[in-house]
Design a protein around this ligand. Structure first.
Ligand code: 8IG
Length: 277
């Protein structure tokens, strides 16, 4: 893993101070002291925020303390402030995230979440692209995250910070999503460090452990979001069957294609859910 660089490299830096500084820049640039709902757009979800409402402001990540450029093809290195429908509520939409596998450290991974909390958001919608273990799911199927297995062996919490993770993925928000899209299935999301995909043997291990979806994000962010007191909605877009579940080899192009194919269903879902939060 590469050495940590940037603002989080110095262990004396308080990550919550950086989040506060980032939130101040966002407040100034958007002319909005408080955002209400944050969204993190993962693989396949990039076009899904467009139906939420009018984009009031776009901010280059590079202009905001602690944020870097998008590391993944198909992700956008800008954050957007969106007016939710015709209300005066605002969504803060992150076009990309920092992944654990980038080697920038966990503080960088959860910086977006902490910034959203500092910007006033009480709810966060964490989306991702994931491999599916349930052969009944076809690529392009959105799945609600019911619970997770954090197999990264790390935590975003530092020190004696004991946080209850029962109902981490807020039941009320899952029910709300199902009122919008009654066909939504639920599953247990499993975060592995990546960036390689799993071997078929690892996928079988995950299945034995009770996992339904495999990915490289979200669980560390969810933990940090709960530490910040936020309600959490987790949504995976099943973009590919996990390795060995089907004969087909995995490719990132498949992920991008599934996202495009699912854009309408995901966009409609996100907009309707955010409107009701
Ligand atoms: I998109 O099959 C996407 N992300 N670990 N495995 C893991 N992450 C993923 C996968 C997958 N598909």
């Amino acid at each position: 893993m590469s050495t940590h660089s940037g603002v989080f490299a110095d262990p004396q830096t308080d990550p919550f101070d950086v989040a506060k500084a980032a939130a101040e820049v966002i407040a100034n640039r958007t002319g909005t002291a408080k955002h209400d709902v944050a969204l993190v757009l993962g693989s396949g979800w990039n076009q899904s925020a467009d139906l939420i409402g009018e984009t009031v402001e776009e901010i280059d990540n590079a202009d905001v303390p602690g944020f870097g450029k998008a590391a993944v093809e198909g992700h956008s290195g800008v954050m957007r402030s969106i007016r939710i429908g015709d209300t005066d509520r605002r969504a803060l939409v992150f076009g990309t995230r920092t992944h654990y596998y980038e080697g920038k450290g966990i503080r960088a991974v959860v910086h977006g979440v902490r910034t959203a909390a500092a910007a006033g958001c009480s709810t966060i919608v964490l989306t991702n692209g994931a491999g599916g273990l349930n052969p009944a799911w076809t690529p392009g199927t959105p799945v609600l995250i019911r619970d997770h297995l954090n197999l990264t062996a790390v935590s975003p919490l530092e020190g004696a910070t004991f946080i209850d993770l029962t109902d981490l993925y807020t039941p009320r928000l899952r029910e709300l999503a199902k009122t919008v899209d009654p066909d939504l299935d639920e599953g247990v999301y499993v975060q592995l460090p990546g960036p390689h995909y799993e071997t078929p043997a690892e996928v079988q291990m995950v299945k034995t452990l009770g996992g339904d979806l495999v990915g490289m994000s979200t669980t560390l962010e969810a933990i940090a979001a709960r530490q910040a007191g936020m309600d959490i909605l987790g949504l995976s877009l099943m973009t590919n069957l996990a390795a060995g579940i089907s004969d087909a080899p995995l490719s990132h192009q498949e992920v991008i294609d599934a996202g495009q194919a699912a854009a309408e269903r995901c966009g409609t879902l996100l907009a309707a859910v955010v409107a009701k939060i």
